[in-house]
Design a protein around this ligand. Structure first.
Ligand code: SF4
Ligand code: FES
Length: 217
């Protein structure tokens, strides 16, 4: 099938998503809840693109290409909404994510202001430090669901689950009883996919820094 991405015609496989087509065309589309190793989830709405004839921007990660589709990956409305979504996400964090994290890099590329225009409640600081390898800083969780899906789909461990709703949404290990009470097998898939380092491998990070210490609670 043939689609047009940012003015250039392209052959794409049947059943492929707009995000996959954009990747083939070398066009950047911002994403947050997407990880190519996992089934698309369609939760964050950061991957919006313009599609000719569609009344509103469409999520690239879950929208399947149709023959003849004309896609604008830098559609002004799509980018404005994506930037606002990321800004809102950042405004709920008690502290900004580290500059090297996926969230910070997406925010920078979307030119989201470093100080969000909106201020209000931020997620409470809560750290889980009992795991020998993994640190969970709950206040950095943006509820993208990637860790839960990585644990389920890549490892089959089913150690993590989504908790709460709306602003209270977060992730817990076991029955929100912590990693040590869960079926965690210490594979690190959750830390590897987390776009904010809410879950991180503290020992590796400490060794990289030349410091044998875990973050403070
Ligand atoms: S811990 Fe990380 S990967 Fe898991 S839902 Fe929160 S931000 Fe996403
Ligand atoms: S990356 Fe497409 S909805 Fe999150």
């Amino acid at each position: 099938m043939r689609v047009t991405i940012d003015g250039a015609a392209l052959e794409v496989p049947d059943g492929g998503t707009i995000l996959e087509a954009a990747g083939l065309a070398g066009a950047w589309v911002p994403t947050l809840c997407f990880d190519e190793r996992l089934a698309p989830f369609g939760a964050c709405r950061v991957c919006l693109v313009g599609v000719e004839g569609a009344p509103n921007p469409l999520p690239a990660c879950t929208t399947v290409c149709r023959d003849g589709m004309r896609i604008d990956t830098s559609d002004a409305t799509a980018r404005r909404v994506a930037g606002a979504v990321v800004e809102l996400v950042l405004s709920e964090l008690a502290s900004p994510p580290a500059a090297h994290t996926e969230l910070a890099r997406v925010a920078a590329r979307l030119q989201v202001p470093e100080r969000p225009r909106w201020t209000g409640a931020t997620h409470p600081v809560r750290h889980e430090l009992e795991h020998p390898y993994l640190t969970f800083r709950h206040e950095l969780c943006i509820s993208c669901g990637r860790c839960v899906r990585a644990c389920d789909e890549l490892q089959g461990a089913f150690a993590l689950s989504a908790t709460g709703r709306g602003f209270e949404a977060n992730v817990g290990a076991g029955l929100d009883t912590g990693f040590l009470e869960s079926t965690c097998v210490s594979c690190g898939a959750c830390a590897d996919t987390c776009p904010t380092e809410a879950i991180s491998e503290h020992l590796l990070l400490s060794l990289a820094d030349g410091v044998m210490a875990v973050p403070e609670a």
